[in-house]
Design a protein around this ligand. Sequence first.
Ligand code: MG
Length: 281
Amino acid sequence: MSRHTTTGAIVFSDLDRTLVYSPSALLLEGADESAPRLLCIEVHDGRPLSFVTETAAAALATLARSRRLVPATTRTVEQYRRIHLPGPPPAYAICANGGRLLADGVEDADWSRAVVDALATTSAPLPEILEQLAGLCTPRGEDPFVDKVRQAADLFCYVVVKRSRVPAGWIDEVTGVARERGWEVSLQGRKVYLTPAGLDKAHAAAEVVARLGATTTSAAGDSLLDAALLETADAAIVPRHGELIEVGWSAPRAQVTRHAGVLAGEEIAAWMMERLAPAQV
Ligand SMILES: [Mg+2]
């Protein structure tokens, strides 16, 4: 039995553009003098990279103390560890889009292995996808649109593109190549993610639910990589920006925030507080 056995409600949340926001994703409107105060929760290469509002930070600290907030991110473990949310570290965190599970900050090697074994039966291997991408990412004409191709955790990969220069139909072409091989594509900002269809946050979330003995789940997320997690939760919330909104995604138990950008993150933190009964937080 897990050290964290409990009952009741837990909340899963994506991080980037759901709870935490880079300067280009803040989407602050109105006069600068009325902008909310921000807390920097991630530094990269010595520079501030991700922020939450001060109000969101207070809610996140309370949620963290409840140990019922489970971050669920596509970031690798290394990228995740750069983020320092307010409050104590979570009991569980889902990284690498479900390919890694951290229990009290320690990677569960059995989970990592089980994911790799399961993916081997359903999706083409990563090297085959990288080979296909190499052909799809060669410069066309004089306007190169691919900045770099990166693999993550030996599980999936992403292409960093110049959005304005991406040729018409290129995303569809990549999606076709990916789907033929049991992979999915998600477009977020300048990154085009390619992930094996079986690698999803919902699968890892089900494992966390079982370990915690949770009876009710809530989820927050902004991209197609969050869709399965949002659809399987008892209640879900989506920020008023991002890929899910752009593609017209909806689900019966999902609501959309009133604000976009970092203020949506603040709304989501407040919503998570409501979802966890006051007595439990
Ligand atoms: Mg996101």
